[in-house]
Design a protein around this ligand. Structure first.
Ligand code: FAD
Length: 390
């Protein structure tokens, strides 16, 4: 679907498609099986501007908007959702956080390296006991002269092991943890790889998205300069929620790509595979599956573009980005499940791409807020906080 992309946007989409076909497609299976993060491919994507899509040119980025960003993530994820996840996490989370909330000095220091792919970015909010309830962050940051000292464990950090720079949320007001104001006691910090006390812990052996590095972040008396605080003390949770508005658009785009990759494979197979003397695509049962997925995928894409458009206009899009992420994530699961069904027994083997989409897709309903949390966000935007009215 073209969705009235401008000529330039269409060129960017074509470039992302070409790159994915030439540089990623031949290796998808190998990277998945070995759970290998292809650093070289990220370097090449950096050269093309795919790792600094939203970063202004003055900081070394491509200076593009969300519509272009959505098309890039979708095209890459159509070929390999695991690489799409890396692009999304790098752009929206770590880079996005510094771009949106960093000081001028922090932007000048870090954005050129991130936007060009010289450095890979990571962003650590989730903890073993603080997932959906990220306000329960227990990692601490204590001021000590000209430094902050960080202690704690973050879990499921994309790029914790392969990354060069981390934005981490930590509690600067320890008293706040068990108070109603727990969200206000959290701050955001920048930690560079190589800082003593900062290391990656357990590398997750995952169901899907295996070429994406997901590891623990361990902080043990990690001393960072005071100027590595991002924005003001106590604003970290608010900043993180602001970052997730954009992040959810990128995971929605990831969902679009995952769904499209599964759908395209299923369409091709439905045309070729014959049973009862005719292509299985001639059976209404198969046609309806394809019709439903194609329709829901287009609906998800329209929601995603709407959220991206609002972002580009500088308008609030908390509800719209949650709707896009919810819809696209769920459609990607449906598309992958039905694609395996259309492939029959062959869909259950590693000889065809749909089993990988089947494994990868589930992340789209979990990462950057589960589908349940998206519904909670949408409902709160519509109804307000009824739980706080009494
Ligand atoms: C591959 C991968 C990459 C990730 N990358 C990052 C990253 O880079 N940085 C980062 O910080 N995090 C990352 N995450 C973490 C991810 O954001 C969390 O896994 C997610 O937010 C859910 O948290 P949880 O896993 O602790 O689940 P939980 O919060 O424990 O949720 C468990 C279940 O309970 C449901 N639930 C929880 N609360 C409610 C509620 N109030 N109402 C209804 N249902 C509820 C959830 O929807 C879910 O079904 C990543 C996760 C994965 C799997």
């Amino acid at each position: 679907m073209d969705f009235a992309l401008t000529e330039t946007q269409e060129m960017i989409r074509q470039e992302a498609r070409r790159f994915a076909q030439e540089e990623i497609a031949p290796h998808v299976k190998e990277w998945d099986e070995a759970a290998h993060f292809p650093r070289d491919v990220f370097r090449k994507m950096g050269e093309l501007g795919f790792l600094g899509v939203l970063v202004p040119e003055e900081y070394g980025g491509a200076g593009l908007g969300y519509i272009e960003y959505i098309t890039i993530v979708e095209e890459i994820a159509t070929v390999d959702p695991a690489i799409g996840l890396g692009v999304a996490a790098h752009n929206s989370l770590c880079t996005g956080h510094i771009l949106k909330y960093g000081s001028e000095e922090q932007k000048r220091k870090y954005l050129p390296k991130l936007a060009t792919g010289e450095w890979i970015g990571a962003w650590a909010l989730t903890e073993p006991t603080a997932g959906s309830d990220a306000g329960g962050t227990r990692t601490t940051a204590v001021r000590d002269g000209d430094h902050w000292v960080l202690n704690g464990t973050k879990t499921f950090t994309t790029h914790a092991r392969v990354g060069d720079l981390l934005v981490v949320m930590a509690r600067t007001d320890p008293e706040s943890l068990n108070s109603p104001k727990k969200h206000h006691g959290i701050s955001a910090f920048i930690v560079e790889k190589g800082t003593p006390g900062f290391r990656a812990g357990k590398h997750e052996n995952k169901l899907g998205m295996r070429a994406s590095d997901t590891s623990e972040t361990i902080l043990e008396n990690c001393r960072i300069p005071a100027e590595n605080l991002v924005g003001k003390e106590g604003e970290g949770f608010k900043q993180a929620m602001g970052i997730l508005d954009g992040g959810r658009i990128s995971i929605a785009a990831l969902g679009l790509g995952t769904a499209r990759g599964a759908l395209e494979a299923a369409i091709e197979y439905a045309r070729e595979r014959e049973q009862f003397g005719r292509p299985i695509g001639s059976f209404q049962a198969i046609q309806w599956k394809i019709a439903d997925i194609a329709t829901e995928l287009d609906a998800a894409r329209l929601l995603t573009y709407r959220a991206g458009w609002l972002m580009d206009q500088g308008k609030s899009c908390t509800k719209e980005s949650a709707m896009a992420k919810l819809m696209a994530g769920e459609v990607s699961v449906k598309a992958a499940v039905e694609a395996v069904q259309i492939f029959g027994g062959y869909g259950f083997t590693k000889d065809y791409p749909v089993e990988k989409f089947f494994r990868d897709c589930k992340l789209n309903t979990i990462g950057e807020g589960t589908s349940e949390i998206q519904r909670l966000v949408i409902a709160r935007q519509i109804l307000g906080r009824l739980d706080r009215k009494k």
